[in-house]
Design a protein around this ligand. Structure first.
Ligand code: OAD
Length: 253
């Protein structure tokens, strides 16, 4: 089926859907000029995840990990939500029930107006003490996070640990309450949409399949078919910033 025909079918189904579930990944922020992980030139092209996104890396070299996340936090704050983020926020206002689950940690969905976003991989915008879990103010982050790996690492205000971002690292579990809510919402969805994710990282990648297993119509929006595209009911091979505004206009315009 062509991308246009898939989009038409999705629009028709969305007109009568009661519970819509959307999972997003880094591709939804690509048009805000934030790099994805696995596309050419992506974050994992330049870095090994185990050197930057693991408890072990943080224990060995806190400043290296902090400066990498400080750079990503700054890039996310400097970026603007794009047409895809806005279209999802708009859709939510017109659907009886829309659940938005994101693997992204950039906060762009919220800045586009989406509320109650389930951030299953955490957020670049919340930091806490690695020892006590005590939250750390944004103003302290701006002043103290190291810009370079060779700068001194930022200690937490209590001085007993280091500042760490509330993101999920390799080897760590997802926040259990957030994941449980995402899975419950997937099970009750009429339609599940997977947008801008390679669907290589579990348990996130399983969410559209959980929805499908429970009876939902499933589709993805991704210029390159993801690892689960062949299992889904429809695949719209377009950038999110093109397909989602079309979808939103057709339903809300
Ligand atoms: P990936 O980098 O693995 O995949 C990005 C996907 O976005 C690819 O399938 C691209 O084809 C697609 N894409 C690129 N541009 C797009 C556009 N304009 N519109 C729509 N899609 C586009 O990123 P994720 O799937 O999000 O985990 O990665 C999953 C997890 O792996 C991340 O949350 C992160 C990473 O390791 C943690 O940090 C825990």
């Amino acid at each position: 089926m062509s991308a246009a025909a898939s989009l038409d079918e999705l629009v028709a189904r969305l007109r009568t859907a009661k519970h819509v579930f959307i999972l997003t990944g880094a591709g939804v922020s690509a048009e805000s000029n934030l790099p994805t992980f696995r596309d050419p030139g992506g974050l994992w092209d330049h870095h090994r995840p185990e050197d930057l996104a693991s408890p072990d890396a943080f224990a060995k070299h806190p400043a290296r990990v902090q400066s990498w996340y400080a750079h990503r936090r700054r890039a996310a704050l400097d970026a603007q939500p794009n047409a895809a983020h806005h279209a999802i926020a708009q859709l939510a206002q017109h659907m009886p029930d829309l659940t938005l689950v994101t693997q992204n940690v950039d906060g762009l969905h919220q800045r586009a107006g989406s509320t109650q976003v389930l951030e299953i991989h955490g957020s670049l915008h919340r930091w806490h003490c690695s020892n006590t879990g005590e939250p750390i103010d944004d103003s302290a982050l701006d002043a103290q996070l190291p810009a370079n790996p060779d700068d001194p690492p930022m200690r937490s205000p209590s001085g007993t640990g280091y500042a760490r971002p509330a993101v999920v690292w390799f080897g760590e579990g997802l926040p259990t309450d957030v994941l449980a809510e995402a899975e419950a919402k997937a099970r009750t969805a009429d339609i599940a949409l997977s947008v801008g994710t390679s669907a290589l990282v579990y348990p996130a990648a399983a969410l559209p399949l959980i929805a499908q297993h429970a009876g939902a119509f499933t589709a993805e929006i991704n210029p390159q078919p993801s690892a689960i595209a062949h299992q889904l009911d429809a695949s719209i091979t377009q950038p999110a910033g093109i397909a989602l505004p079309q979808l939103s206009r057709a339903l809300t315009g």
